[in-house]
Design a protein around this ligand. Structure first.
Ligand SMILES: NC(=O)c1ccc[n+]([C@@H]2O[C@H](COP(=O)([O-])OP(=O)(O)OC[C@H]3O[C@@H](n4cnc5c(N)ncnc54)[C@H](OP(=O)(O)O)[C@@H]3O)[C@@H](O)[C@H]2O)c1
Length: 353
């Protein structure tokens, strides 16, 4: 109850920011970002577009990967018209396709750019049952698996950049508080909904993908620490805001739900604040493996804090990326669960994770 009141009045937490802080405000005192190269996924609309605008305003060089290049060019044009000195590169990436992720990583590496900041923001709420070209449920494939592989392929660049420049690298995974709605066994449910349309529940699948973002953050922070890498990874809940995320469910009921929840909704500049805070604020030097909401550290669900589960999902995800002959075996104790993958990732001359 107290938390709800604090949220509604926008009371500030230990960071000095709260639910009503905007991306512009949280980056107001951050250092000049001219020395930063950042990749932001999902910057064609909503929270990602605002994040890109504010980071460009602060001077960061941006790489905006998008499946819709025209929309990404429009985002770029809007930012450049406001901040003419912005340096923005638009590139092609469909996160639901492992092949596309590999191609993007390869193309990005060909540019010989450093990489200081990776914001895994793109997201999909797949209301109807849908399967990616790799044979994985679509929300999971887009929100989690694509970002998992993307991060993995870009990591050596990030580690090297941090080493040569002395500037700590940061990865921000955009999750959601809805991750706590998922209980049960993630791998079993993924296998079930990937195979059986009738078992599909769009909200549960979305919550599962967001829980996977939390696990990814936890396990990656552990691995980076083990490697002594000067790269931090954290996870955020942006808050609830009306964007194109609900595009599959546009209509009267959605309008009504947003109307009833209007007191709890953030504006887009407020929703981009936590991402921008975690991506840039000097206070967060050496902070890793944490979850943030309203620009302050927050708790994940009990399941989300389970390190063993995070490690298990990591291994399963690596297996999904290494599938052979159209099938991926995901070990669950002694019982193997088979997740079918239609297309095996091509390795060829492209970098392997
Ligand atoms: N809105 C909320 O209330 C809320 C709450 C909690 C968490 N989040 C999270 O915040 C993040 C941003 O969402 P948003 O609300 O800003 O939604 P949005 O306006 O729909 O933006 C989503 C972005 O992701 C991109 N995207 C979707 N599928 C993609 C794919 N296969 N490959 C590449 N890019 C893809 C979209 O590009 P296209 O233009 O190609 O579609 C768009 O740029 C998501 O991770 C979402 O889960 C949102």
């Amino acid at each position: 109850m107290l938390e709800t009141v604090k949220y509604l009045i926008g009371s500030t937490g230990p960071s000095g920011f709260g639910s009503k802080s905007t991306a512009d405000q949280v980056t107001d005192h951050c250092p000049d970002l001219h020395f930063i190269t950042a990749i932001i996924t999902g910057a064609t609309s909503g929270i990602g577009a605002e994040t890109a605008k504010v980071l460009a305003k602060r001077g960061a060089r941006l790489v905006l990967p998008a499946r819709n290049l025209k929309a990404a060019e429009d985002t770029k044009a809007r930012i450049v018209s406001e901040f003419p000195k912005s340096e923005i590169i638009v590139m092609s990436l469909d996160l639901s396709s492992l092949h596309s992720v590999r191609k993007f990583a390869f193309d990005f590496e060909s540019l010989n750019l450093p990489l200081n900041l990776l914001i895994n923001n793109a997201g999909k709420f797949s209301y109807n049952h849908s399967i990616s070209e790799d044979g994985i449920e679509m929300s999971f494939a887009t929100n989690y698996l694509g970002h998992f592989l993307l991060t993995k392929l870009l990591l050596s660049n990030m580690i090297k950049t941090a080493k040569t420049t002395g500037v700590q690298g940061r990865i921000v995974n955009v999750s959601s508080n809805i991750h706590s709605w998922f209980s049960g066994d993630l791998i079993s449910y993924l296998g079930l909904i990937t195979k059986n349309k009738c078992e599909y529940d769009g909200t549960r699948a979305y919550a599962m993908s967001k829980l996977a973002n939390v696990f990814h953050t936890k396990e990656l922070s552990y691995r980076l620490e083990e490697m002594n890498a000067n790269v931090m990874v954290n996870c955020v809940h942006p808050g609830i805001v009306r964007t194109r995320l609900t595009r599959d469910r546009e209509g009267f009921i959605t309008d009504l739900v947003f109307f009833l929840a209007s007191k709890f909704l953030k504006t887009i500049p407020q929703a981009a604040a936590t991402t921008c805070y975690v991506a840039t604020h000097p206070r967060l030097v050496n902070v890793t493996g944490k979850y943030f909401s309203d620009c302050n550290e927050a708790s994940t669900s009990k399941l989300g804090s389970n390190s063993n589960e995070a490690a298990r999902i990591w291994t399963a995800s690596e297996n999904m990326g290494r599938g052979k002959n159209g099938a991926v075996e995901v070990e669950e104790g002694a019982r193997p669960i088979q997740v079918t993958v239609k297309k095996v990732m091509e390795t060829g001359s492209q970098p392997t994770p």
